[in-house]
Design a protein around this ligand. Structure first.
Ligand code: AMX
Length: 473
């Protein structure tokens, strides 16, 4: 775990003047804003794509109609963050001894487009740990979460918790007092964004303790630990506390669980703008709703089975298949199982993608995590099945001939790795996804307000209009 030195910790204050990130952001805003305004002035009439009736009726697939800077998904290359692949991020961003970059360094990259130094990353870690401490955590949110039924879906609890934080929104409060103008909207949006991200470890821990421990705390927040360490500790997954609450966990595993948490939350931080959670955050934020309300709405989208819930489906699928085959090392039996599934008109969960046409590099990163820890995983038959499936399922799907992308997507691996470390509450996986995904969409919201993007308002069309349009061609 990363512990901050007392001296550095004490020198960090909650106020914005102390933040390296905000100062760095301020320094790059004028140039980026100048470029944006130039483009807006000179190229407003430039045509991008044709919109067809097909795209209107098919979820606007492929319509390039949103402005998003943090990341891009290319059909062949997969995700890049400000142009950097996951492998480049692993090489260039400050990270831990196991080779994973810290989510905090990803946040810095998303916000500024620049690779932070180790010192800047450490400063941001400290800042988040101070902002998100127990003393600063919104008391109203604690009360709201305590009052919810323990068996309420964890994503509903997360969305409610985030929305309730609107009570401490600087943007909402200063807007109401008439203190804001278009030029300074971004600053309070930035403050709320960093506060929201910093509050996630405690909020996540509270929700996890409700679903597993009748709301009794499973761990303690430490202002001298980084963001991922605090998420793990508050879920009871740290060295000191895990063994008290679960009986199959040891200290070395908890270190690996922390690595997994860093890897997972680092690579899920953004996936360009059109996915449901990112798009919703952007849309709601365009009405000048504060970051808490905007991201709470995004979380409600992430809770959908076609978006954030796939990882839990994969866990069920792998466990079920293992119950019906003699061994995960029997390719013939696996193939037969897959054909039975496809012939009964069901999909192979964890395979295919709306945009990608190659194996998802996020899956590749997770697979590497297991290969780097061979002795840890070689006896977990669910993980072995996940590994073997990644070479068998694409062959079967290609022969089946329907899907455009027969390769594994990220959800193929993520849930089963959490499961391996004792996190068996599959409904909770998406909450961790939600912690990670806060970074990209909220970073974009800060930039939306720096650039002064307007409220979003596409024109809708009815059946009569579509008929008229189709007859006129
Ligand atoms: N197994 C079997 N059939 C599949 C398939 C799979 N994994 N993926 C796609 N197909 C089928 C589709 O059902 C569709 O059949 P249809 O013509 O009878 O309706 C056909 O192949 C063409 O689909 P596509 O254009 O390749 O995919 P899509 O863009 O419509 O859907 C996705 C993409 C991810 C929803 C789909 O591949 C799927 O259902 N995969 C399994 C579920 C899954 O892994 N979801 C997680 C996605 C990752 C994420 O966003 N979190």
């Amino acid at each position: 775990m990363l512990r901050f030195s007392r001296q550095l910790h004490n020198s960090t204050r909650l106020c914005s003047q102390a933040t390296g990130l905000k100062e760095s952001l301020k320094a790059i805003i004028p140039k980026r804003k100048e470029e944006f305004l130039k483009l807006k002035k000179e190229c407003m009439g430039t045509k991008v794509d044709d919109i067809t009736i097909g795209s209107i009726l098919s979820g606007m697939r492929g319509n390039r109609s949103m402005f998003w800077e943090g990341s891009m998904v290319d059909a062949q290359r997969g995700i890049t963050f400000h142009g950097k692949t996951i492998e480049q991020c692993q090489r260039e961003l400050p990270g831990d001894e196991s080779g994973n970059f810290y989510p905090e360094s990803m946040l810095w990259l998303l916000m500024t487009g620049e690779v932070p130094t180790k010192q800047q990353t450490k400063q941001l870690m400290e800042e988040l740990a101070v902002r998100g401490s127990e003393a600063n955590f919104p008391i109203a949110t604690s009360r709201v979460i305590d009052s919810l039924p323990n068996d309420m879906h964890p994503m509903t609890q997360l969305a409610i918790g985030l929305a309730s934080m609107n009570k401490v929104s600087r943007f909402a409060s200063n807007y109401e007092k008439g203190l804001l103008n278009k030029n300074n909207y971004w600053e309070d949006t930035f403050e709320d964004t960093l506060n929201l991200i910093s509050f996630l470890p405690i909020l996540t821990g509270k929700i996890y303790s409700k679903i597993t421990n009748d709301g009794k705390p499973l761990g303690k927040f430490s202002p001298t630990e980084d963001w991922s360490s605090n998420i793990c500790s508050l879920m009871g997954m740290s060295n000191s506390t895990y063994s008290v609450n679960k009986n199959n966990f040891n200290a070395s595993e908890s270190k690996d669980f922390l690595s997994l948490m860093r890897l997972y939350t680092g690579i899920h931080a953004d996936h360009e703008g059109g996915n449901v959670s990112a798009h919703t955050t952007h849309l709601v934020g365009s009405a000048l709703s504060d970051p808490y309300l905007s991201y709470s709405s995004g979380i409600m989208g992430l809770a959908g089975p076609l978006h954030g819930l796939a990882a839990q489906e994969v866990v069920r699928f792998l466990v079920e298949m293992n119950g019906q085959i003699s061994s995960p090392n029997q390719p013939d039996e696996i193939e037969r199982y897959l054909w039975d599934l496809l012939n009964s008109k069901r999909v192979i969960p964890g395979y295919g993608h709306a945009t990608l046409r190659k194996p998802d590099p996020r899956f590749t990163a997770m697979l590497k995590f297991t290969k780097d820890r061979k002795s840890e995983f070689e006896n977990d038959k669910n993980v072995v099945l996940m590994q073997n499936l990644s070479s068998i399922a694409p062959k079967v799907l290609k022969a089946h001939g329907k899907c455009q992308n027969p390769y594994p997507n990220v959800d193929s691996a993520s849930g089963i790795l959490f499961h391996h470390y004792g996190l068996k509450e599959s409904l909770f996986f998406t909450v961790i996804f939600g912690c990670s995904r806060s970074m990209g969409p909220l970073t974009q919201l800060v930039w939306d307000r720096i650039y002064g993007l307007p409220i979003e308002r596409p024109k809708s069309v009815n059946m009569e209009t579509l008929k008229l349009l189709s007859n006129s061609q």
